[in-house]
Design a protein around this ligand. Structure first.
Ligand SMILES: Cc1cc2nc3c(=O)[nH]c(=O)nc-3n(C[C@H](O)[C@H](O)[C@H](O)COP(=O)(O)OP(=O)(O)OC[C@H]3O[C@@H](n4cnc5c(N)ncnc54)[C@H](O)[C@@H]3O)c2cc1C
Length: 371
């Protein structure tokens, strides 16, 4: 079976990986370089930020994140030479209003928030001595890890590029789905070149609305900008991820600390805004004041593919026999990415499923004339 995948972010790349490992041949298209959009820009926290604030459908995919990334890292590293750097730092949550509901949630659901602990001030100081002294207590989730997402993308891309059943078409924007008799016959790029496959996958992230008119469906996916900052501290300086008021610090193994983020609905705009940057800095220094002594070495913004309730569309697109969706992961595409791709592969190849697929079914997309 030959499958064409449009979009080479985490959703498209992991889908390709899943399918080639089952013996399929794959062509992956991206309008620019592979892995340079939301999936590069994200923080790589391998859990929704406050799982109890999300639909169960989001948590059901996210709970597989750490194990699946560990599995893929072991498989890909010997070929790509790149380590995903899954960093098991745990997560401190400082929002007092969430303590009760969060601890209850952790007790009810063994995954992904295993072994949540309430920390008194002394314990908090032991777990992370850099937290501002005004924080007298915290919730701690020692199992939550983060992954170096740009390395995940590089590793998968390197692995796929050397695979005999994979073709990469970068800088190749797909514009048109050539549909006849409820079937895709080919896809067409911006220079008019046609490409033919048996099955086609839309993994086009924040750009997925592009397909609305051609498919006659309303696709409620918008680009929601998030801005980030990168500090460089000494190695192992910040021992845990930290979260307060939806702002976070994510320590990498080599001492880099990623800080974010913002939420702005301003279209396909990734320019840095100074006021937003100040907001992020204030929130970070409020949690960890000593961070202010270290240099900022990078800053960027990325476009999250929003969707209603943050539940992605995974599965067969309505009314077209050979078209599949894997988009709309909003704030959790990195932690849901590996399981989303596995689920889609299982749906395409009619295999047993990692999770019940009903909640993600694109049949929920409404016809345009009904909107
Ligand atoms: C600041 C920020 C922080 C985040 N932090 C986290 C986090 O800590 N944990 C987490 O789980 N998630 C996080 N996310 C969310 C996560 O990054 C996204 O949900 C995820 O990356 C979406 O992946 P994707 O592959 O669907 O989209 P993308 O990575 O955007 O990939 C889509 C690709 O499709 C290509 N494309 C689009 N249209 C076409 C076309 N017509 N033809 C060819 N190619 C096309 C694009 O060029 C792009 O490469 C964060 C996001 C941001 C912005």
């Amino acid at each position: 079976m030959h499958i064409a995948i449009i979009g080479a972010g985490i959703s498209g790349l992991m889908t390709a990986l899943e399918l080639v490992e089952q013996g399929c041949s794959v062509t992956i298209f991206d309008q620019q370089h592979a892995g340079r959009e939301a999936s590069w820009a994200g923080g790589g926290i391998l859990s929704p930020m406050y799982p109890w604030r999300y639909e169960q459908a989001v948590n059901n995919l996210a709970k597989h994140a750490k194990a699946l990334y560990q599995e893929w890292n072991e498989k890909l590293k010997p070929v790509s030479g790149i380590d995903f750097q899954i960093h098991e730092t745990g997560m401190l949550i400082l929002d007092e209003d969430d303590f009760e509901i969060g601890l209850n949630y952790a007790q009810q659901h063994n995954e992904p928030m295993q072994q949540a602990k309430y920390l008194q001030h002394e314990q908090l100081e032991q777990v992370n001595p850099h937290i501002h002294k005004k924080y007298q207590h915290a919730m701690y989730f020692p199992q939550i890890a983060n992954v170096r997402n740009p390395r995940v993308l590089q590793s998968i891309t390197a692995y796929l590029k050397q695979h005999p059943k994979v073709q990469f078409k970068e800088h190749c924007p797909i514009q048109t789905l050539n549909i006849q008799n409820n079937k895709i016959y080919s896809i067409v790029d911006s220079s008019g070149q046609n490409y033919v496959a048996d099955e086609y996958v839309l993994a086009t992230g924040a750009w997925s609305k592009h397909w609305e008119t051609q498919l006659g469906l309303s696709i409620p996916v918008e680009p929601i900008q998030g801005q980030m900052l990168l500090f460089k501290t000494p190695e192992n300086w910040l021992p845990t991820m930290c979260m307060n008021k939806v702002m976070y610090l994510i320590p990498r193994m080599d001492g880099h600390v990623v800080c974010g983020s913002s939420m702005r609905n301003i279209g396909f705009d990734t320019t840095i805004n100074e006021a937003v940057k100040e907001n992020i800095l204030d929130a970070c220094f409020d949690m960890v004041p000593e961070l202010a002594q270290f240099p900022i070495v990078n800053e960027w913004a990325g476009l999250r593919p929003s969707s209603p309730n943050g539940i992605p569309y995974i599965g067969a697109m309505p009314n077209i026999k050979n078209l599949w969706a894997n988009f709309g992961h909003f704030r959790n595409g990195l932690c849901m990415g590996a399981a989303s791709a596995r689920l889609l592969r299982q749906l395409i190849l009619k295999q047993p499923k990692i999770e019940n697929a009903v909640a993600y079914n694109p049949k929920h997309l409404v016809k345009m004339d009904l909107v």
